[in-house]
Design a protein. Structure first.
Length: 299
């Protein structure tokens, strides 16, 4: 039995139901992975010839993607390859069109803009209220003029990155499971668990790796709920964008993925205790953004 509060999602499932076998989903995920790997290999091969210095190199000769504006832009824009891969997979294996992934374009765009508007207002209010600078001695990362010049390209990159994850987890996996299993315990929880697994990075996060993965899983559940209530990916992309833009374009960690950030924090990834404190704040903000997005899309 489907939940009435998620009835907006039903129109997305119409194009899915005829080819909702689990083997197609598993095969689709594997095929998408191969496509992304192949396209990334081609992309990196081209960049190695045309722009060999696009990644910073440390004293040991190891590449550090995302530590310069150029490498960060490449990192963000390369997520577009995932969107291409998912579109190809759903067409070949499921006979689905793009709007079966995203929902109606016009409605999705309207919802996206509504949510972006209300989240921008919340973010502006937070910037005007104490504690200023997040209560930290932030370190300047880019000159303001250079940051403003790069900002439109960075915003587009974060939109692509956020949209790619929503297309895969909420547009593809969630809808394939929802067409076969009415229970939200399946189509909400399983994609969110995969989303969490993709954010489990013990080599980078150390003792906070499990906590970060759990945070990602909870974020996935919030986005799954938002998508099912909206009937499009627009609101989830907007919340994902707000969350990632603040961490990648405004204030980033000093360790990695900071090439487009205006500031970096004095907290390195290795400072697990202090970082853990700010993770709780970050998660609280995600809850606020989710509730605000739900309010924005109410009819």
């Amino acid at each position: 039995m489907r939940h009435s509060r998620y009835s907006a999602q039903d129109h997305l499932l119409t194009a899915v139901q005829n080819r909702a076998e689990l083997w197609r989903l598993f095969a689709g995920l594997i095929l998408a992975a191969f496509i992304v790997i192949a396209l990334n290999t081609v992309l990196l091969g081209i960049l190695s010839r045309l722009a060999p210095d696009i990644h910073n190199v440390d004293a040991n000769g190891a590449a550090q993607p995302g530590s310069t504006p150029g490498s960060m832009l490449v990192t963000l824009y390369s997520f577009g390859l995932l969107i291409v891969a998912v579109i190809l997979v759903v067409r070949v294996l499921h006979d689905r069109g793009v709007q079966s992934l995203t929902g109606p374009f016009q409605l999705g765009l309207t919802q996206f803009l509504r949510v972006v508007g209300i989240l921008t207002a919340i973010a502006a209010a937070l910037l005007l209220l104490p504690p200023y600078n997040m209560g930290l001695d932030l370190v300047s990362n880019l000159p303001v003029q250079k940051w403003l010049l790069l900002l439109p390209f960075g915003l587009l990159g974060v939109i692509i990155q956020s949209a790619s994850e929503e297309v895969l987890f909420r547009g593809y996996i969630q809808q394939q499971l929802a067409a076969r299993y009415p229970s939200p315990w399946i189509w909400m929880v399983l994609p969110s668990a995969l989303f969490a697994a993709g954010h489990y990075l013990p080599g980078q996060a150390g003792d906070n790796a499990v906590l970060i993965a759990l945070w990602a899983g909870m974020f996935g559940l919030l986005m799954a709920d938002l998508t099912a209530r909206a009937g499009t990916l627009g609101p989830a992309i907007a919340v994902h964008l707000a969350n990632n833009a603040s961490a990648l374009l405004l204030v980033s960690l000093p360790d990695s993925l900071n090439g487009l950030a205006l500031y970096v924090t004095p907290i390195p990834m290795s400072d697990t205790e202090l970082l853990r404190t700010w993770m709780h704040v970050d998660f609280a903000m995600s809850i606020v953004f989710w509730l605000a997005a739900r309010l924005a899309i109410r009819r």
